[in-house]
Design a protein around this ligand. Structure first.
Ligand code: WTA
Length: 692
């Protein structure tokens, strides 16, 4: 079997409960089924009655239409948006099969529109100018602000005018390195308004990672703030940006302008390091610009943003999304997966530095005219009840978060939850990693008082929006299953040879056809786009995930099957961590694997060989971890460094990660065949060093 198919064993683990239910087909056919059935959790009748999609039959009808007539289905939905000019005549155009030539997805090509206009002006023209667009909740309880749609538009226009004034034109890149301030959303929307391409870098990335991204996309401007508070700490973001820009200057990519928001509650202007001529305070310039700014109409296929994400090999990939299809897709998925109604108050705990924040903090909700809570702080500050305090304060109805947060709050005890009302909650959501059934149940029973359906949304940076997700009023749920595909999505499970397998099965998850929200390329590297995603199983988009389907057709995601690990819902390439470790002068070789972790889902476990003559010490361990923090960011720091006199390799020199994973997770009786190793003794040496 080829390289990318290495982790077959990880997929053999069907979550418990899958496939046990025998009469679900009765429900699908519209008959009734006793809701006491163990693994089925039904939405209440009251919920279903008011839901946008209220039964399996209604879902089926819509789904079938979306598959049989994608052009008709999506163009009808797209017509609800404003297009300066309509697409003509084709709705979409695709080649997903590398064997037939270059892979290409196009939706609504030839149409011109603007996503910022559709998210703001369109809603205001519909009479919602006075509706709250953003409730901003600061790190400190009691520190809050809000903006109506009309006010948000004014702020977006001022920044858009400023960016134009400093020469940012359509197609130019702008890097945004900001925490969850309203200015982050304002920056994204301002770029979109003038056709500039934003590249948001999560403000937890290190200077080196930021530099790498700046060097790749060569922005005219970097937008940041001087500092941010996260829990009790203040982090000096501007210092990180300074060293990133210095680094990129050295690589021949000068950044002429660093627009810096003064985040007064975290740091005073006087205390901020400053480079005259390059650095400009946001507050000194932006408010002077007009509050109206003409929209730059762009082609539906013009780029909207770049977002770097980890893959199984070294360099992060610049995932490129375009305008029209992404707009239609994020808006539609948001609406249906959360059953969004105009009166809802929606809170997604994700950071805009990740795709979830792009699609489901900023674009999807605002395109629906939703009211969005944006939270700057940490969910356990000042204590573990903070989330529910915020839910009660803003009467949040739709709450979307990651399993890792659910598990960490679950550990703190129910009291932190039950002391709050939470009566406003209607739908809960989960994203980023598989949610284990016990966390699902706690989320459902304790947080949602057994009243709120959970939308366990499976998707990826690359997919732009939800791909497999419950529609909360339509289906009985199974804790831990993302249920069924969204409209227009054709997931298939394939075996190692790339043959589709039917019915109850497990294998590799692929997608058969294009969908409007799909990424169009990897920035500057269409070849890598094809090789990574479309060559492993020709004729399909390969997700990198393992998946099984139970006899009722429910999909169960089982985690990555490539060298990507998922730590607290953050996607990290093992190769990136390894490359950070080997950059340490004392590190000869490193191999990184993911191991199961109770709270984080997976944690990073590194096997490290030191160079000749250097002996293992606590000091070196710490400096190795520091190397990772400096090169990637604190969130990628290994939990464990396992000293390795040597790594298990095949005779051709390939590291056998399968064995390392078993050693890391203590499954020593499952090491499997070690006879193909160049030196089988290596394994015993490693086991002996397990506790050092
Ligand atoms: C994983 C995050 C199971 C999956 C939106 C995917 C999930 C990777 C789920 C993408 C889910 C995301 N159930 N696994 N509901 N959601 N994943 O690009 O392995 O940061 O391939 O996008 O997260 O991570 P990314």
């Amino acid at each position: 079997s080829s390289d990318h198919l290495r982790h077959v064993e990880s997929m053999a683990q069907l979550p418990s409960g899958a496939g046990k239910i025998s009469h679900l087909n009765a429900v699908i056919l519209g008959e009734t089924l006793a809701s006491e059935e163990n693994d089925l959790v039904f939405p209440s009748q009251d919920f279903s009655r008011q839901a946008l999609v209220s039964s399996p039959e209604q879902y089926r009808k819509m789904y079938e239409r979306s598959i049989q007539d994608p052009a008709g289905f999506w163009s009808e939905i797209a017509s609800q948006f404003y297009w300066k000019e309509k697409w003509d005549p084709e709705v979409y155009n695709e080649n997903i099969d590398v064997r037939k030539g270059t892979v290409k997805f196009e939706w609504f090509k030839g149409a011109s529109t603007n996503i910022s206009y559709n998210a703001l002006d369109r809603n205001i023209e519909a009479g919602n100018g006075g509706k709250v667009a953003i409730y901003w909740e600061g790190n400190e309880p009691g520190d809050d602000e809000q903006l109506t749609y009309a006010e948000l538009l004014e702020k977006v226009c001022q920044l858009a005018n400023y960016l134009k004034h400093v020469g940012v034109r359509k197609g130019a890149a702008v890097v945004i390195y900001l925490p969850m301030l309203m200015e982050l959303l304002i920056s994204m929307l301002a770029c979109a308004r003038i056709g500039a391409v934003h590249s948001v870098v999560f403000a937890g990335f290190s200077a080196e990672s930021l530099a790498q991204r700046i060097i790749d996309c060569k922005p005219k401007v970097v937008i940041t703030c001087n500092a941010v508070r996260r829990g009790p700490k203040a982090i000096h973001l501007k210092d990180i940006v300074d060293s990133a820009i210095n680094e990129s200057v050295k690589s021949g990519v000068p950044v002429g302008l660093c627009l810096t928001f003064e985040n007064q509650s975290a740091m005073k202007r006087e205390d901020t390091k400053w480079q005259e001529g390059r650095d400009v305070w946001w507050q000194d310039v932006v408010p002077q610009f007009p509050t109206k700014c003409a929209v730059e109409w762009v082609d539906a296929e013009d780029p909207l943003f770049l977002l770097y994400t980890s893959g199984s090999t070294g360099k992060p990939k610049g995932v490129l999304h375009t305008t029209g299809g992404y707009m239609v897709y994020t808006a539609t998925t948001f609406k249906y997966a959360f059953d969004h109604k105009p009166s809802d108050i929606y809170w997604c705990t994700a950071d805009c530095g990740w795709i979830t924040g792009h699609s489901y903090v900023t674009y999807g909700p605002l395109l629906n005219g939703a009211t969005v809570v944006v939270f700057e702080g940490a969910p356990n500050y000042p204590n573990s009840g903070r989330c529910w305090d915020i839910v009660d304060k803003y009467k949040v109805t739709l709450f979307y978060t990651a399993p890792t947060l659910v598990r960490s709050l679950m550990r703190e005890g129910d009291e932190y939850v039950t002391r709050y009302h939470r009566k406003s909650l209607r739908v809960l959501g989960s994203v980023g990693e598989p949610i284990n059934p016990s966390a699902w149940r706690w989320f459902y029973n304790v947080v949602g008082d057994s009243r709120c359906p959970i939308s366990d949304t499976w998707w990826q940076t690359e997919t732009g929006g939800f791909m497999i997700t419950p529609l909360p009023g339509a289906w009985p749920q199974k804790p831990g299953s993302a249920t069924f595909p969204f409209f227009g999505v054709q997931p298939v499970i394939v075996d190692e040879k790339g043959n589709e397998i039917e019915g109850e099965c497990s294998g590799y998850l692929c997608i058969k056809k294009s969908w409007p929200g799909a990424f169009r390329t990897l920035y500057g590297d269409h070849e890598r786009y094809q090789t990574t995603y479309f060559k492993p199983f020709a004729g399909y988009y390969f997700t990198g995930d393992g998946c099984s389907r139970d006899k009722d057709g429910y999909f169960w995601l089982t985690g990555r099957v490539d060298d990507v690990i998922n730590v607290s819902g953050h996607r990290i390439g093992t190769a990136e961590v390894e490359s950070a470790l080997v950059s340490h002068p004392h590190c000869a070789e490193a191999a990184v694997v993911g191991v199961e972790h109770e709270i984080k889902g997976q944690s990073i476990y590194a096997f490290v060989s030191l160079v000749e003559g250097v002996s293992y010490s606590e000091g070196i361990r710490k400096s190795l971890i520091l190397a990772v923090r400096n090169q990637i960011g604190a969130f990628a720091a290994p939990d464990k460094i396992h000293w390795a006199p040597a790594l298990p390799k095949t005779r051709s020199g390939k590291i056998m990660r399968r064995i390392l994973r078993k050693i890391a997770s203590g499954q020593l009786d499952e090491l499997g065949d070690t006879s193909t190793l160049a030196d089988p003794n290596v394994v015993d040496q490693l086991i002996a060093l397990s506790d050092c």
